[in-house]
Design a protein around this ligand. Sequence first.
Ligand SMILES: Cc1cc2nc3c(=O)[nH]c(=O)nc-3n(C[C@H](O)[C@H](O)[C@H](O)COP(=O)(O)OP(=O)(O)OC[C@H]3O[C@@H](n4cnc5c(N)ncnc54)[C@H](O)[C@@H]3O)c2cc1C
Length: 288
Amino acid sequence: MLGPLTIHQPATVAEAAALRARLGAEAVIYAGGSELLLVMKEGLGRWQHLIDVKAIAALTRLDDAGGGIVIGAAVTHRTLERSPLLRRRFPVLAEMEAQVANVRVRNVGTLGGNLCFAEPHSDPLTALLVHDARVVVQGLGAERALPVGDFITGSYETALGADEVLTRIEVPAPPPGAVGAYLKFGFHERPTVGVAVLLVPRAHSVTEARIAVGCLGPVATRLPALEARLAGASLAALEAGIDAREGGIAGLDVVSDLHGAADYKREMAAVLVSRALATAARRVRSAA
Ligand SMILES: Cc1cc2nc3c(=O)[nH]c(=O)nc-3n(C[C@H](O)[C@H](O)[C@H](O)COP(=O)(O)OP(=O)(O)OC[C@H]3O[C@@H](n4cnc5c(N)ncnc54)[C@H](O)[C@@H]3O)c2cc1C
């Protein structure tokens, strides 16, 4: 039983922030509820007031922004998975969204809720990292924007202030010609490992390789040393498969958990990085 609850439905972000500030620890933001209601049912958190942000029009918008895209925090995974704009211009994000949970969860779960919950075994942050996305939050004061990698600060921890609401995720246009892939592996409901890559090709090689891995530790991360090693690599070499351990996965601090021992997760990540790079390289060739 959840106990008596008051559900507030503010029409604007300013109203939601004012409610957060006024009600303090008795209130929590409620979007799709796919995580929040489980937390409450399990007795892990108790609030008397739910601030439902789904009625805030600005949070449910998906806007074309001159090559980039602006995703309202309350846009569902399912909307993103099916969005023609996302599929056309950000296929790696669409590919990732289609693999989140199951269709029931994707129908209610929102991108903003996923980021704010900051569960380490999640998909979106990994794919957003290779797109250099940023998030915008708003409290009683002015809006502030920060790179998505700075928003999630740890396991179930974010940089969100006590009165703040995540309002939108801004994804800039990828470099011209960029092609990528998102791959994941898991045997529970959530991913054991997720990998996103984005390649910027020129002729038969790549000028830039962006690589991110998720679920190994508290927060998904880019692999800058491996990215530097692969700048200038030939597409044929990537297609044949590279060893992602040296200067990449081997140096990461990996956590053992219910999804696997650290060594196992590290090995799976190396395999997935190699496969994702090969997949993206193949896609470059077939698009040419
Ligand atoms: C069975 C199952 C399988 C799953 N599998 C996967 C998976 O494979 N990959 C994956 O990535 N995820 C997975 N998830 C997680 C799922 O993606 C998230 O549950 C969903 O996106 C959360 O969004 P929500 O809108 O339901 O958030 P809610 O449950 O409403 O909220 C989650 C948290 O975020 C806060 N919050 C929500 N929106 C805002 C906002 N705009 N501003 C400030 N705070 C906010 C809430 O207060 C709460 O603390 C799974 C979940 C379930 C139940």
